[in-house]
Design a protein around this ligand. Structure first.
Ligand code: ZN
Length: 680
């Protein structure tokens, strides 16, 4: 019997043709009630917990809720009309409350611990053991194991941390908004793109002013630093940006005391849970094994990149002196001079490139890469969709067995949130009815076709498509049969970008590009000369950018491991020490970068900023296995990547998966080589 509420129909693909906003509340309420009731029953049960009697029913009920709520969240993201926004926002607090309750439920924690210590544990599959281990770990890290006397303090710390982090963001936003530079002399606009001037003019007019208004928001600030010939304008804007939310501005917006408080609270959290530092605690669920390992990794990479960065910097200084008349290259000159140098060395038209990446060719090219790598077939399929732009595909084995399916919603719309992302509609797992195949959503905001011509994508958009397809394949090609570690579930945070960044490499293979380009007017493939220019420009100043990222990552790691917020050293002292190891151009002494580093103070990157470089190293090193084999489509290497990396999901530690694929530990050499940073 099919339920009346289509959100509660789990027998098939989401019924986007019949689901309405008014279905949300009754469906989610009934699923929350079902879950709460089950949790209460299982938690109170006197019998010893078993996989089949405890984990299985909990997983089944949890999956129903997350599938239904996943559809609602998806529609909120891709069809953000008032009725859907309201339906989503109405239930969001309820769902969040339920998740928080579940994470704090001590009865559940006790059952998981009993399972791990009981006799059944040893007989379970490695995937099931991993799920139980993860549950116990996560309960423990959220304070469930603390002595009763310490629990209220732990809870109070977490609440204060949330509040201080929110305040940090608010201060930063307010400080960003508080500054504006009004320009009345048109000569100061020299070098700026016309659309940026237009926007600045409109911004001034909106306040009843004449002239131009520039702000610290990226669409205004970025182009000024990159293009404005006026050194005065650049210097004023740079200083305003680099001192945001610091002691140089209003005291009420100064983030300095908040930084110290956040560090104190994090250190206390770590101490309560028995870790030497917050960095150590942060690494527990990550792939990286220790603070020493991460610091060693960053310093090794820095040492190798430094000679190249110094050379790049010397070239830039000389260029700025001889061609731009800038005797000393100040912090506010670097972006500007770099742009001028880039134009001189690597000029090519993005528009010209874009004309070759026509949508049908690009999609066929992507599918061909997947087919060639893994021996699978991608075919058009049909399903109810949420918008006429959306397409649906299926992935099959050569003998026609269904592996997984995915939706592709490529074009920008007013009702779609920005950016590009992969999301899961259904996850592979074995159920009583058999194998449930996975389904993914691939969403992006690419330009739609104009007139009767196909849509054309920039090379950056093509890279984005491949990146998200990489996440999608991680979800779709899994062979794991247990929900909580299937696909991207349970994969360590610093390893989850491996499959996505790996796929980007194929956007730089000549063989692939030749096949996946056809000029929108002539049908001709991308010319080799243009491709060579793209490749040469790809690594422009990459060593300088690498060092900058490492500087941030080292600062973050040292701040959370080797810094005592109650001690005599200030955060600024630490930042200065890190700089000696980091960048090749020291910013001015008044730069207060930390006061706007919201990634680590108000985002999820605390003692985790290294993950950007970490994942890049992993993906480059995996790709190098194909280079070693002499073929980006080497079938044996492709099968191994599929079996050891993509298929295993979160069922085993990412480092083990990497070693199984590569036969050794990760090495930074491939990333350095791909970035043109090879000694000699
Ligand atoms: Zn990603």
């Amino acid at each position: 019997m099919i339920p009346v509420n289509p959100l509660l129909d789990f027998s098939t693909l989401p019924r986007f043709d019949t689901i309405l906003p008014e279905h949300v509340r009754p469906a989610i309420e009934s699923l929350l009630a079902e879950n709460r009731c089950l949790i209460a029953t299982l938690g109170a049960a006197e019998t010893f917990p078993t996989w089949d009697g405890f984990v299985q029913p909990l997983t089944d009920a949890g999956e129903r809720l997350s599938r239904a709520w996943g559809i609602v969240g998806h529609l909120h993201s891709v069809n953000d009309v008032p009725a859907w926004r309201e339906a989503y926002n109405e239930m969001l607090p309820e769902v969040s409350r339920f998740c928080a309750e579940q994470g704090q439920n001590l009865q559940l924690f006790a059952k998981y611990k009993a399972l791990r210590e009981g006799g059944e544990y040893a007989r379970l599959s490695p995937a099931r053991r991993k799920i139980i281990d993860n549950e116990v770990r996560d309960f423990r890290l959220s304070g469930a194991e603390l002595p009763e006397a310490q629990k209220p303090r732990f809870q109070a710390i977490q609440e204060e941390l949330d509040a201080v982090a929110a305040r940090f963001s608010e201060n930063l936003l307010d400080a960003t908004n508080a500054f504006a530079e009004y320009v009345s002399d048109e000569a100061e606009l020299a070098g700026l793109p016309a659309d940026v001037c237009q926007a600045a003019c409109e911004a001034a007019a909106a306040e009843g002013k004449s002239g131009w208004k520039f702000t610290l928001h990226m669409p205004s600030y970025g182009p000024v630093m990159q293009f404005a010939d006026s050194r005065r304008l650049r210097a004023v804007m740079y200083r305003a940006s680099a001192t945001r939310a610091s002691e140089f501005g209003p005291e009420s917006l100064d983030n300095t005391p908040l930084i110290r408080r956040i560090l104190e609270l994090r250190a206390e959290t770590a101490r309560l849970l028995g870790y030497a530092s917050y960095a150590e605690l942060s690494l527990v669920p990550k792939m990286a094994e220790s603070v020493t390992q991460v610091l060693g990794f960053l310093r090794d990479l820095a040492a190798k990149a430094r000679p190249f960065a110094e050379k790049d910097m010397a070239v830039l200084r000389e260029f700025a002196r001889s061609e731009l008349g800038l005797e000393t290259l100040e912090a506010w000159d670097v972006g500007y001079a770099s742009e001028k140098l880039r134009q001189k060395q690597h000029a090519f038209s993005e528009q010209e490139v874009k004309a070759y990446f026509t949508e049908p060719k690009v999609l066929a090219g992507l599918f061909h890469v997947v087919e060639a790598l893994y021996g699978l077939h991608i075919k058009p399929d049909s399903a109810p969709v949420w918008h006429e732009d959306v397409r649906f595909f299926r992935i099959e084995t050569p003998d026609g067995a269904l592996v997984g399916q995915f939706y592709l919603d490529p074009y920008a719309r007013e009702t779609k949130r920005g950016g590009a992302w992969m999301d899961e509609a259904r996850t592979r797992r074995r159920t009583l009815k058999g194998m449930q195949t996975p389904v993914a959503y691939l969403n992006s905001n690419f330009p739609r076709p104009v007139g009767d011509k196909p849509a054309t994508f920039s090379h950056g958009e093509v890279e984005t498509l491949f990146h998200e397809a990489g996440h999608g394949l991680h979800h779709l090609l899994t062979r794991i049969e247990e929900l909580s570690v299937s696909g991207i579930h349970g994969v360590e945070w610093d390893a989850v970008e491996l499959p996505s960044q790996f796929m980007e490499n194929y956007c730089w293979e000549w063989r692939v590009l030749q096949e996946m380009t056809a000029h929108v007017d002539t049908g001709a493939p991308l010319p080799r000369a243009l491709f060579d220019k793209m490749r040469a420009a790809r690594n422009f100043q990459i060593s300088m950018m690498t060092l900058r990222q490492i500087e941030f990552a080292l600062f973050d790691m040292l701040l959370h491991s080797a810094f005592d917020p109650a001690g005599p050293r200030s955060v600024l002292d630490l930042l200065d020490e890190g700089r000696e190891e980091g960048a090749v151009n020291s910013p001015p002494a008044w730069n207060r970068f930390a006061n706007s580093f919201s990634h680590i103070f108000a985002g999820g990157y605390a003692a985790g900023y290294f993950s950007y470089k970490w994942a890049e190293v992993l993906s480059a090193d995996c790709y190098a296995a194909f280079e070693d084999a002499g073929d980006p489509f080497d079938p044996a290497t492709g099968q191994r990547f599929l079996e050891e990396i993509l298929a295993v999901g979160g069922a085993r530690p990412a480092l083990e998966s990497f070693r199984a694929f590569r036969g050794r530990d990760p090495s930074v050499d491939a990333l350095l080589r791909h970035s043109g940073m090879i000694p000699g």
